[in-house]
Design a protein around this ligand. Sequence first.
Ligand SMILES: Nc1ncnc2c1ncn2[C@@H]1O[C@H](COP(=O)(O)OP(=O)(O)OP(=O)(O)O)[C@@H](O)[C@H]1O
Length: 609
Amino acid sequence: MTTEEDFIYRGGARAAFAGTARGNPLTEVLWPYRIRLSAVLLLKTISALGGLAPLIAVVELGRALLSPEPVEESHVWTVVAVGAGGLLVRVLFESLSSGLGHLFDGELQLSLRRLLGERLGRVPLGWYARRDSGELGQVVQKDVAALHPLTARTPGEITSAVVVPLMSLVYLFAVNVWLTLIALIPVLLGLALNLKLMSDTRRSDRLALDEAMGRIARSAVEFVQGISVMKTFGASGRAHRAFTKAADDFADYFTGWVLGVAGLGALASLVLSPLFVLVLLLTGGTALITSGTAPASDLLPFLLLALALTAPVAALCHGFDDVRAARTAAGRIRALLEAPPLPEPARPLPPRGSQVELRDVHFSYEPGHEVLRGISLKLPPGTVTALVGPSGSGKSTLAQLVPRFCDPTHGSVLLGGVDLRDIATRDLYRRVSFVFQDVRLLRASVAENIALAVPHAGRDDIVRAARRARIHDRILQLPRGYDSVIGEDVTFSEGEAQRVSIARALLIEAPVVVLDEATAFADPRREHEVRRALDTLRENRTQLVIAHRLETIAEADTVVVLDDGAVSEIGTPAELLAADGQFAAIWQSQLGMPDAASHDRDTIARGGE
Ligand SMILES: Nc1ncnc2c1ncn2[C@@H]1O[C@H](COP(=O)(O)OP(=O)(O)OP(=O)(O)O)[C@@H](O)[C@H]1O
């Protein structure tokens, strides 16, 4: 384990999850950093206290100089020295706490993102099917960043907001109790109004507002992502309407929310404003001085320090807002860190050969709703098994169990006689390659994309794989050949991207191939090249193909017909045609398709033999 990994595992959030009682997600996420966070708080407290000293020094100086008594020089200089010393302490400790806070914030974000990255790399691939990339991006990027104020800013704000008023109050009480009580009026009023603003009703309004904002974001993404389809089908108005409705809803919520908080917010700001505080103190102070209850010099500290009492109230409330936002973010981070990883075998076993076998496989995405029911199949080495069946019958789900995107809920899938759960994931991916939906190419060079699973592959091997996948000539036309960066130097068409992914699979030399034909032939212009590339990929391999082409079906060694999650027919194409059952019906319906008629007449004849 490297030093960095070591840090994450020993000091990182992982330890927190093991060591703290389940409860507040924020505490759990921050627990490993408690010592550093306490150090930041301590430094902030010293800085806040230091900052108070110059203020009190000014007040003391004023009182000493305005007093009818003769000025005591040594006292004045001591006060000046304490004020200057306090200023120095504030500057020094403020820089220290702020530096440490930001350092610690950077460390926390890095550590959390690494943990999230590590967890995302270990969850089953099937887990991603139920999540959209926006949701994951929100957690990894925005939610981790939402912890920033908490580590770098809020501790300082909250500490100053508590320490400064408390110390000022102690001092002011010592000067004059009556004036202190007057100075407390705006503080208590401001606090009460702000607490009302943060009350549960306001919080649920805020959540509704956030939800309305989220709907705008989602409909904007849908609008942009689906615009080409919508325009093609002349429905761009509909997509636009959905977005406009979300924006209108948000405007309604916002107006309601603003009307609800505007009055209270304005009142709170007024009560805490310097003008209100000064008018109140001057009025009360004048009454006390003229009645002889307080000497005139007592008013000065209040005029200077009373503002130090009210200013932190608003800061305190904003600080709590940040804490609340960070708490929600931490909850989502924790949920992601707790996503169940694909269990790795404690003692991995090497598969013996490339036979794939499914033994009484059941699978459900949601409890109580099985999409695969008791499937048993054998795919002998070097044979082609074609999966056919109506839409929704479970073909993709079954195919995805072979590269272990998910584990069956009951039964087992075996490769070379070994349960997939007993094979190390790396070993499995070297033995099973797949070409499924969503060919993903990385923003890296073409060579790196091809060599994704074999990072140390030589250039010769990469070129050979690209040649066999019939993408080599296209790569040579790129400005920097194999070093061209995808997304910068080139944007591949769907068919080209598929051939790059086939080259990737060829380089692995996996003995088992799982393929979704519907996706592979999504680009009709390039279908011929993709088909030839796939023919190369399939040579001498154990193949499981979600077959849509009569040619593939006719040439398969075994055809498996799936119906509602169960095998309804199994046999060679000729046997199944002769049986005149569901397969024969599918075959007949495919014959009627224009593509089949033009392309597969010969094959059909052979298939019927
Ligand atoms: N990620 C998922 N979460 C929940 N249910 C799912 C998920 N993926 C598929 N299903 C459900 O599982 C069943 C089988 O789907 P599957 O995609 O395996 O069928 P298919 O035969 O491949 O369909 P098609 O030919 O249309 O691609 C369907 O009822 C589908 O709604």
